[in-house]
Design a protein around this ligand. Structure first.
Ligand code: AMP
Length: 309
């Protein structure tokens, strides 16, 4: 089934306890598309300014499954920029700056040839803008969104409106707490389901993720990544979502068992993002490499003789 993503394409500056990188390719949409495109062709709708570096474009173009037909490069506009710093545990981070730039202008248009998209991912951006895209996607069958602390704090009403119109939400545990005031991830997920979505995924960083739907609950561990393997966790949430939605679009099915498999593929995709700055961990990634890592993940997640993922 056709997969479309809207969100940010940005210029990131990242500091970790072991290294730093300035003005590298990033953005919620970029990480999502890079991961999803390993599973299925992925249509991108986003806007950047005329300061967007040519090598950032080449990086995205190097992913054969990404269709940049909905990418607007706007003369006179500034690309979204974000800076973040990871704490010693490589799990928690501080946002150092967010320059919204082109995000403060009219959202990009969804090209006519993308308007038949069936599987929709609304990667992180203003929830009012996320909601606006839905009007132009009349064939959507399964729509999932991501959000974050900034939008919960400054655009809660828009977010609550969006939740009433979508099928799924992918959110991390601290953001679920901020949104629902519930610390327990299962209780938080149920509170989110009361706002609309029937599928809720709560990500817990190095502690894995939980899936809650009306058909059941699943818990999945994170990929067992030791310290040398973790270079930069930026984009892990988005590439988790990319693997998750890419798998669903490739299967054309989102029943409970398929959602649970999608969580495992999302986890494996995110493990490649961890290993390098920007999109480099996902560049050139093949299905064979993903399958190989999936086999390691399944072995690590086995309980007795039973594979739990
Ligand atoms: P993640 O680590 O999965 O949360 O995603 C990090 C990516 O999200 C970075 O590449 C940022 O450019 C992008 N990002 C950071 N803040 C925002 C925001 N408020 N809205 C949309 N994208 C953002």
């Amino acid at each position: 089934m056709s997969l479309i993503v809207t969100g940010t394409i940005g210029i990131d500056t990242v500091e970790t306890p072991t290294g730093s990188a300035k003005e590298i390719p990033g953005g919620s949409c970029a990480y999502f598309a890079a991961a999803a495109s390993c599973y299925t062709p992925t249509r991108v709708v986003a806007a950047v300014g005329d300061d967007w570096p040519a090598d950032h474009r080449s990086m995205l173009e190097s992913f054969p499954g990404i269709d940049l037909g909905g990418l607007e490069e706007r003369a006179g506009s500034k690309t979204f920029r974000w800076g973040g710093k990871y704490l010693d545990n490589m799990n928690d981070r501080e946002t150092l700056f967010t320059d919204l730039g082109v995000l403060e202008e009219a959202p990009p248009a969804i090209p006519a040839e993308f308007q038949d998209s069936e599987i929709v991912f609304l990667a992180n951006t203003h929830p009012g803008v996320q909601r606006g895209f839905l009007e132009h996607l009349p064939n959507r069958k399964f729509t999932v969104a991501d959000t974050m602390d900034l939008w919960i704090n400054i655009a809660r009403d828009d977010l609550v409106g969006l939740l009433g119109e979508i099928d799924g939400l992918v959110i991390n545990d601290s953001e679920a707490l901020l949104l629902t005031e519930q610390r327990n991830p299962f209780t938080a997920a149920k509170a989110i389901m009361d706002m609309g979505p029937s599928v809720v995924v709560i990500k817990k960083g190095e502690h894995g993720a939980v899936l809650v739907t009306s058909d059941g609950v699943a818990v999945l561990p994170a990929y067992p990544a030791d310290e040398p393997m973790v270079v930069d966790p930026t984009g892990c949430g988005d590439s988790f979502a990319g693997g998750f939605m890419g798998w669903i679009a490739s299967r054309g099915n989102w029943d409970f068992a398929e959602l649970q498999s999608a969580m495992a593929w999302g986890t494996v995709s995110a493990s490649f993002t961890l290993g390098a700055f920007a999109l480099e961990g996902l560049q050139g990634l093949t299905m064979e490499q993903l399958e190989e890592r999936m086999a390691c993940y399944q072995a690590a997640a086995r309980v007795g003789q039973t594979t739990i993922v």
